[in-house]
Design a protein around this ligand. Structure first.
Ligand code: PTJ
Length: 246
């Protein structure tokens, strides 16, 4: 990260790519994570590499959901761990959520490497290692979750999630928050709160909103949630990507 000059016009994008490469080297990120990053990067370019107003609004709504939840869980995969490990720990602390590792390409080695990486970034309790429950209607490996984590959660944040699992979690009746730069991808399409933004901007911004909302009454948080329209959020992101206009 030292080698990238901060005044480079595409500094954030280069930094992101570099973190994914490091993640692959450390055994945290799957090779497919590099393709995922490339796709995300193209959408981010079209979004102006900025948090658009509708995404900021969705991030505030997501913070309200996490604060109101009884059992909120933040899901971590190999890209999330490489890009925003400390930021996810901070969001968990600000909202009282648990962190759970949940991988598309699950291996014991990657689970261990990611758990160590999160602990190095301040995580105390990391879930996803027990894998003593299954998400219904999903193939074996991708269905593995912790019973006292994602399985029992009422609100889940699933960044960069695969479409099948996003749908299966939705069918379990969970309130689902998805971060994905592609508004047309299935995960944001099925989410209760689709956040079309780069995870490296979205997570710190959610933490800021959570801190600002921490002392609000439940009724105020509820009102924020009810005022949100998921279709409008998706349409505004798509309009921005297609036309460059809001
Ligand atoms: O670590 P694993 O084994 O759980 O695997 C994780 C990946 C991401 C490789 C796996 O879930 C996968 O292949 O995902 P997809 O189907 O490529 O979907 C990833 C989505 O995330 C795509 O729609 C990308 O546009 C989007 N994306 C990529 N980078 C970012 C992003 N969204 C937000 N912020 C990013 N930095």
């Amino acid at each position: 990260e030292e080698e990238i000059p901060e005044d480079h016009p595409r500094y954030q994008d280069l930094l992101t790519r570099h973190r994914i490469e490091k993640g692959v080297e450390k055994g945290i990120t799957h090779l497919q994570g590099m393709h995922a990053e490339g796709r995300g990067s193209a959408f981010d370019y079209l979004l102006g590499e900025a948090t658009i107003p509708s995404a900021d609004d969705a991030e505030r709504v997501a913070a309200a959901h996490l604060l109101l939840a009884d059992r909120p869980v933040l899901s971590i995969n190999g890209n999330v761990a490489a890009l925003v490990p400390g930021e996810m720990v901070e969001l968990a602390e600000a909202t009282g959520a648990d962190l759970e590792i949940n991988l598309f390409n699950r291996t014991p080695e990657r689970i261990e490497a990611i758990a160590d990486h999160l602990r190095e970034h301040g995580a105390e309790d990391v879930k996803g290692l027990e894998a003593d429950a299954r998400i219904p209607n999903l193939d074996h490996q991708r269905a593995k979750v912790d019973e006292d984590g994602i399985y029992d959660a009422d609100v889940v944040l699933v960044p960069l999630e695969d479409g099948d699992r996003a749908e299966a979690l939705e069918e379990m009746g969970k309130t689902e928050i998805v971060i994905d730069l592609n508004p047309l991808s299935r995960s944001p399409q099925v989410a209760d709160v689709p956040i079309v933004d780069n995870i490296i901007r979205a997570v710190p911004n959610m933490t800021e909103h959570a801190r600002a909302l921490a002392d609000e009454d439940k009724s105020e948080l509820q009102a924020i949630i009810e005022a949100f329209d998921r279709e409008t959020a998706l349409e505004q992101a798509e309009a921005r990507i297609r036309s460059g206009e809001l």
